[in-house]
Design a protein around this ligand. Structure first.
Ligand SMILES: Cc1cc2nc3c(=O)[nH]c(=O)nc-3n(C[C@H](O)[C@H](O)[C@H](O)COP(=O)(O)O)c2cc1C
Length: 224
């Protein structure tokens, strides 16, 4: 059985390059960190704090995958190619952010009900970015049905990885995770295609930050 790869989940305002370096220096143990999202902009400018966070010289401690929050393919492409030219082979697309100021504009998890928009986005982005793309999703915005509509679509693209947070956007970070739905996602993906892309269960990564009570919750089967 393949070894589980442990990712440091991105947390905007917390897991910046200083946190990642300090954590790696003092504890280690992560195979990779997904950096907190950089929001794409229409004017294609990138805030200084975002640039600083992904500069290679600030990220020597562990492999990092930068993450982009965007619903506009043209803006995403410019940012993804900028990150590629900095040295990042892969960027991650954030389809998980649950906050209303993001989701109400149909970005992050707010885009999950719009399967066709995601398809159009990927049709445009995949051929135009120089690196590869991974995606982080939730089970849906309001309901799990979103992910089961989406998986057969996103499976048609050469994504390097699909990371699933087993809650809906409306749940934000509270309430039970839906491990049955997560299992069903794995089964669906196996059924669609004998895919080699593992679905990563983020909850496991976050156990580092959680309480003893949460650690006592039943464990998920993490095998791909
Ligand atoms: C304050 C905060 C900021 C977060 N920022 C991001 C982010 O920038 N990108 C992202 O994909 N997920 C982000 N997340 C989600 C986490 O990466 C992770 O998926 C989530 O915390 C898992 O759920 P749990 O906290 O209930 O275990 C954030 C979560 C929190 C609480």
């Amino acid at each position: 059985m393949s070894r589980i790869r442990l990712y440091m989940a991105p947390m905007q305002g917390f897991t910046d390059h200083m946190f990642r370096s300090a954590f790696a220096d003092h504890f280690g143990g992560f195979d990779l960190a997904v950096a907190p999202f950089i929001a794409s902009r229409q004017d294609h400018r990138i805030k200084r704090k975002y640039v600083k966070d992904v500069l290679p010289e600030n990220n020597t401690c562990m492999p990092v995958v930068p993450q982009i929050l965007s619903k506009t393919a043209a803006d995403f492409i410019v940012l993804a190619n900028y990150l590629h030219d900095l040295g990042y082979d892969t960027v991650n697309w954030n389809l998980g952010c649950p906050y209303p100021m993001v989701a109400n504009k149909q970005r992050g998890s707010g885009m999950l009900p719009y399967t066709d928009r995601i398809r159009t986005f990927l049709d445009r982005v995949i051929p135009e970015i120089r690196g590869s793309l991974s995606i982080k999703v939730r089970l849906g915005w309001k309901e799990n049905a979103d992910i089961f509509r989406l998986l057969p679509v996103i499976d048609q693209y050469p994504l390097s990885e699909i990371i699933i947070h087993p809650r809906t956007g409306l749940q934000r970070y509270e309430g039970p995770v839906d491990l049955d739905a997560f299992e069903d996602c794995k089964k669906t993906m196996k059924k669609i295609k004998k895919t080699r892309r593992p679905a990563q269960y983020l909850k496991r990564v976050n156990l580092f930050f959680e309480t003893e009570a949460q650690l006592r919750q039943p464990k998920a089967d993490l095998s791909p």
